[in-house]
Design a protein around this ligand. Structure first.
Ligand code: NZQ
Ligand code: ZN
Length: 389
């Protein structure tokens, strides 16, 4: 049965190759003091920085910058950004970058007016903000996380080796607007593009592989997965294909704006495993997911066999005639494995720098969630991680 839910997503999206123009319409809605937040410099190389600064200047904004937000943003960097935003008496945070920059902006937003330590409050106790938050806008340059239209923020504490995400319940944390110009993603290195593609695909899987009922969310998910597969094959051969890159950008947003989670319990264990691997290796998010996925799915397959069979038939077009359910399901995972190799994804965690002596620590750092087909215990997590080595 489709469970009970409410759904509201206030992010306004501007999509297409002219979408940056709409920054001119959005900025006047917010105060004068803007903090421009970006990463390690890709936006300076590809010209997006200049375009954005020109618009900010034309609007007469008083701009401070937080630069150098790294992939998998750290808690130390968060503290630094909170101070800059406070000193600037920021009215508005403009994130220009990928999921890391966008997540980081949300983390600054909920912390600027908060007296408590953000790590304790938001990432260890998973509390909601009890202070005023700052509005965030996003110009997206890397596709995958869905951060542009959700209330999630992931921060890494390098000292404790914990990478923790908090999906805030308060929809004010979702960016007020997001500018999605597929051309802004064309300069992404191939490795980042495919990592993002796998991130999209896995977000859909995490929501799809739960429940045994007949939900509309699953039909939408299958359509999104088929679109990702089709577009990924085109983009893998020709990264400059605008239509494929547009479809990837659009599916990424829908894969994680919580629509397809509606009415479902959802799983998220691949992300829990991947995040813990990330805390130990600082590897690219999508690659950490790719490296643990197949051992995880093969492990839980017997507990969710009907769904894995449906996945094989509906997503991978496996012909079911004359085959057992197990054989159909396994053929689906084999097709998925072949696609992952075709894209050049990381197929094990050793490639990402994980070693056997890290397994216990990674397992300890893996949050165990309920909602999927099997609630894992610590030993099972260790088994899956060893399989992923
Ligand atoms: O820092 P710069 O120089 O900008 O380079 C970035 C970075 O090195 C580069 N890049 C981005 N756009 C580019 C570009 N290079 C050339 N041309 C462009 N147009 O790409 C690298 C990766 O960027 P990053 O933002 O780290 O990637 P992604 O978007 O995958 O974000 C990853 C972070 O998001 C979190 C992850 O855990 C990770 O910390 N996630 C956030 C989620 C959410 N908010 O819901 C959910 C996800 O599952 C994920 O956990
Ligand atoms: Zn992800």
């Amino acid at each position: 049965m489709l469970g009970n839910f409410s759904y509201c997503n206030p992010a306004k999206l501007y999509f297409g190759d002219q979408s940056l123009d709409y920054l001119n319409e959005e900025l006047p809605k917010y105060g004068k003091n803007v903090v421009l937040i970006y990463g390690g410099g890709s936006i300076k190389k590809n010209g997006i920085y200049d375009d954005v600064v020109k618009i900010l200047e034309a609007q007469g904004k008083n701009v401070a910058e937080i630069s150098g937000v790294m992939p998998n943003p750290t808690l130390a960097k968060l503290y630094e950004g909170i101070e800059i935003a406070r000193q600037h008496q920021a009215d508005f945070l403009l994130a220009v970058g990928g999921g890391s920059v966008c997540d980081y902006a949300k983390a600054v937003s909920v912390s600027v007016n908060c007296e408590e330590d953000p790590w304790q409050k938001y990432f260890l106790r998973f509390e909601e903000p009890s202070c005023e938050t700052l509005p965030v806008g996003c110009v997206l340059t890397m596709v995958g996380t869905g951060s542009e239209m959700n209330a999630g923020a992931v921060i890494t504490n390098q000292e404790t080796k914990q990478k923790i995400g908090h999906v805030f319940a308060d929809e004010k944390i979702i960016p007020r607007f997001a500018i999605l110009n597929p051309r802004c993603t064309m300069t992404l290195p191939h490795r980042q593009m495919v990592a993002g593609i796998y991130d999209i695909f896995n977000h859909i899987c995490e929501q799809y592989f739960s429940g045994t009922d007949d939900t509309t969310s699953d039909y939408i998910s299958e359509g999104l997965m088929r679109s990702v597969l089709h577009a990924s094959r085109i983009a893998n051969k020709n990264p400059q294909d605008y239509e494929a890159r547009s479809n990837l950008m659009w599916t990424a947003t829908w894969a994680l704006n919580t629509l397809i989670a509606k009415g479902k319990s959802t799983d998220w264990m691949v992300h829990m495993l991947g995040q813990s691997v990330g805390a130990y290796t600082n590897a690219t998010h999508g690659m950490t997911l790719a490296a643990v996925s197949l051992p995880y799915y093969r492990y839980i397959l017997p507990y969710g066999l009907p769904k894995f069979k449906r996945f094989a038939i509906e997503v991978w077009k496996v012909r079911p005639e004359g085959k057992t359910d197990e054989a159909i399901a396994e053929e689906g995972l084999k097709a998925m494995e072949a696609w992952m190799k075709e894209l050049g994804l990381a197929m094990n965690i050793s490639e990402l720098g994980a070693t056997e002596d890290m397994i216990d620590g990674i397992a300890d750092g893996t949050f165990i969630l309920e909602g999927g087909y099997k609630v894992l215990d610590h030993e099972e997590i260790v088994t899956i991680l060893k399989e992923s080595l």
